[in-house]
Design a protein around this ligand. Structure first.
Ligand code: AMP
Length: 450
């Protein structure tokens, strides 16, 4: 199939050419005709499938006809990062259309948003909380809305946004086209879809399948050897940019520090960071300043790091869906990527679930030359909770945590000898810079969209 078959307005087709897209991805091939037909669409697709263009292109095409200066399309997304990415895609694909897109999310000043809205925009990409604020203040007029997109609905549910979404829905014109995208379809999303969509066409692509371009491998290892194994893996693998997932934000922070200490250009992304530091970590990862980004699932939500060469699960995720989501960050749209998962004996049941769902058995690998026999440190294993003080000793109660902190350094890995650390693994100058457009948030709080 060719993009020309969609018969987009020529200024939209020019955007497709400029983006370098030649063949529509499966979700685009299915969703674009359905959206262009004007009806409601339920899209079951994960990040990395090309779903943004699947709704952005038909919207741009539609908006080429009709009046300008009113908000006619609204995209609601769970995180500011995703909102920025969608906005950036719309700006890139719609460069020749002269249609205007504005982002609306919290954690940044409200006045620039008010000013941009006042000047006029046809498309608004928003997070729910701040959008409600604008509606409350009367600084946004959605009375002429024609198309509503709810993107990553499952994540919006996870983040507790559904009450806000329902409040927003009440303030929209009843006559409109609705598009709802979600990677998964638990009951709550089904209910919302039922409330919002009228006779929807359902398009489903690879709901529980990661991109085919990703190769997976499991590295069985004992818990206390995870960090040394990770360092060894990094040394032995030609990694361009690595996204490492940990189960908790504490582990993300600590592992980021350990990698830095070992000489890698690494940063960690966890919920406790200020918006400035979070942005610096993200920007640094995108432009190649950091080769490694360590993150939790929540912190990494919605990040588009389309050039990630490796995803490493330092900790296996809690659900198969989270596994697919994480892995979806590498091997995006025809690029190939690798996904490594460090697994301990405790992860056996989760590994079985993943293999059952993906209908493939994952390769178990052993790293040649790595000493798997090193015993666990006696006093404390890395990240282990400090031992509980005996109940009878009140003094012991305060001693616990301090003992835990001191002992943690015992498991610190040795720095790598040869390949890998700062300056290696990427040609001078790093990857091409971010393609992100204007309006990236520079300050404010991290977290939800309000
Ligand atoms: P998304 O799932 O929308 O986050 O898109 C994932 C990545 O695929 C983005 O970097 C897009 O620019 C890219 N992409 C989307 N559609 C295509 C296409 N038809 N051909 C090549 N790359 C694409």
């Amino acid at each position: 199939m060719e993009f020309s078959e969609f018969k987009f307005h020529q200024r939209v087709a020019a955007g497709v050419d400029a983006a370098g897209y030649t063949t529509p991805t499966p979700i685009q091939a299915e969703a674009i005709p359905a959206v262009m037909a004007g009806g409601d669409v339920l899209g079951l697709a994960q990040t990395g499938t090309g779903k943004t263009a699947a709704f952005a292109l038909p919207i741009l095409h539609r908006l080429m006809e009709g009046k300008r200066g009113f908000v006619r399309a609204l995209v609601i997304a769970p995180t500011r990062e995703l909102a920025e990415q969608i906005h950036t895609s719309i700006c890139a694909l719609g460069k020749q259309t002269r249609l205007r897109s504005v982002t609306v999310y919290g954690g940044v000043g409200v006045n620039p948003q008010v000013e941009k809205l006042r000047r006029g925009a046809e498309i608004v990409v928003a997070c729910p909380g701040r959008l409600l604020d604008h509606l409350g203040q009367g600084t946004i007029d959605l009375s002429r809305l024609e198309v509503l997109v709810l993107d990553e609905a499952d994540q919006m549910f996870d983040m507790g946004f559904f009450p806000d979404i329902r409040r927003i829905l009440k303030q929209l014109p009843a006559e409109r086209q609705n598009l709802l995208f979600s990677a998964t379809m638990p009951d709550e999303i089904r209910h919302l879809a039922h409330e919002v969509l009228r006779d929807p066409v359902t398009v489903q692509v690879g709901n529980t399948a990661p991109p085919v371009t990703v190769s997976h491998a499991l590295y069985p290892v004992e818990q206390h050897l995870k960090t040394p194994l990770l360092l060894e893996l990094l040394q032995h693998t030609d990694t361009e940019s690595v996204l490492v997932f940990t189960r908790t934000k504490h582990r993300a922070k600590r592992l980021g520090e350990q990698l830095e200490k070992a000489g890698y250009r690494a940063a960690s992304l966890q919920g406790n960071l200020s918006q400035n530091r979070r942005q610096a970590a993200l920007d640094g990862f995108r432009n190649g300043t950091f080769q490694i980004l360590v993150a939790t699932d929540i912190a990494a939500r919605g990040i588009d790091v389309s050039q990630v060469s490796h995803v490493i699960n330092y900790d296996i995720p809690d659900t198969v869906e989270a596994y697919v989501h994480r892995i979806g960050r590498t091997g995006r749209a025809a690029r190939s990527g690798d996904a490594f998962t460090l697994v301990t004996g405790e992860d056996a049941a989760m590994v079985r679930s993943i293999e059952r769902t993906l209908k493939q058995s994952l390769e178990r690998r052993r790293l040649e030359g790595f000493d798997y026999a090193v015993p666990a440190p006696k006093k404390n294993t890395e990240f282990a909770r400090p031992p509980r003080p005996p109940r009878s000793s009140p003094a012991g109660r305060t001693a616990g945590p301090a003992a835990g902190r001191g002992a943690r350094t015992a498991a610190a890995p040795a720095p790598p000898a040869a390949k890998g650390p700062a300056g290696q693994g990427r040609p001078a100058g790093g990857r091409p810079g971010p393609t992100a457009g204007p309006g990236r948030p520079r300050n404010g709080r991290s977290g939800r969209g309000r």
